[in-house]
Design a protein around this ligand. Sequence first.
Ligand code: AMP
Length: 425
Amino acid sequence: MKVLIVGGGGREHALAWKCAQSPRVDEVLVAPGNAGTELEPGVRNVNIAATDTERLVELAKREAVELTIIGPEAPLVAGITDAFQARGLRCFGPSRLAARLEGSKAFTKDFLQRHRIPTAGYRVFNRASYDAVWLRAQKTPIVIKASGLASGKGVVIAQNLQEAESAVQEMFAGRFGEAGSEIVIEEFMQGEEASFIVMADGTQVLPLATSQDHKRLLDHDEGPNTGGMGAYSPAPVITSAVHARVMREVIDPTIRGLREDGSPFTGFLYAGLMVGDDGTVKVVEFNCRLGDPETQPILARLRSDLTVLCDAAIDGNLAQVEAEWDSRVALGVVLAAAGYPEQVRSGDAIDGLEAAALLPGKVFHAGTRRADAQCVTSGGRVLCAVGLGNHISDARRDAYALVSCLHYDGMSYRHDIGYRAIARE
Ligand code: AMP
């Protein structure tokens, strides 16, 4: 069969790589893909943007694609799954209504409250309803969020009320465009963050291996927030007791609540969690798709055929399948481009990919493209080097061995990926 992966980042390279290993799969198409998917055996790039739903539907029809997996949130929030299904095409991802869980933080906070799922206390405002007097009575730090999609950048953790007020005003002034016309102001939560990703078929869920990422740009969790500078799986903070609690208090009521509300969720559901010292769990956010870079280490550990799992979910049969995992730890280090996450420079030539390919582990591409015979940077996060090992320190050693092969002007990365898990080891 043919599989189509929609998107062009590191997550999509990992999805394409994984699907291409399936004995059921003849060819994987990736739209638009990157230089890594272009070189991957059994994979073909198609130059169509991830948000060009009409042309993607035509492509899937023309190529007789039997399974489409959507990587990024923007097409999901815009309703790509509904468009595929309306044309009789099998597509793994939530409907437009279910994807509101990521598309609107205000919707999600109200949903969580209505279904009594633990999360930070909050209020939602637009310009007309905004109450500056209320804000001045709040404790700091306090968190200000643009409600709509802002590529992970629409969150400000204000250390004092002045910072909070100016974040509110910037959002209403259009710093994040339409995404900030409505804002959520919420309590600051203490604890350790972890990602909990499941596959859902509307009713049943299949939890994927746990993971944890590093959002800040610099070592020791300093510098600005990014899309993610590295990740590893499993996440030791998710003990079996915490796992059971997340399923009971977060995942099950979310899937049940969405079904009851008439928007059942089929797809990858990503819960960003804050785990307190006492083992309590609160929802920070939901994503309606796999995380990037968490996907790269998670799929590096998946032994089962991903296409079988996706098909089972589309057919409402998730209860019939199990996922088998490599018992080793996987750790991925993201290599970023000059200027990331602000003004990103593109076009720097990447050296060392051939040398890295001879080592254990895998280098997934993200913001890369081919220019003549050379692979060059073309996005903020450029590559993700994943190592596997019996212990997290072994996985880290292999990942950084890959990194040491690679070079381009302006390359930056964190040197401490996995430090929390190593401290627990
Ligand atoms: P979000 O886009 O909602 O996931 O927020 C981005 C990042 O901001 C999260 O991964 C957290 O690191 C941080 N964050 C968001 N909300 C809170 C909160 N209420 N308390 C503490 N940190 C938060």
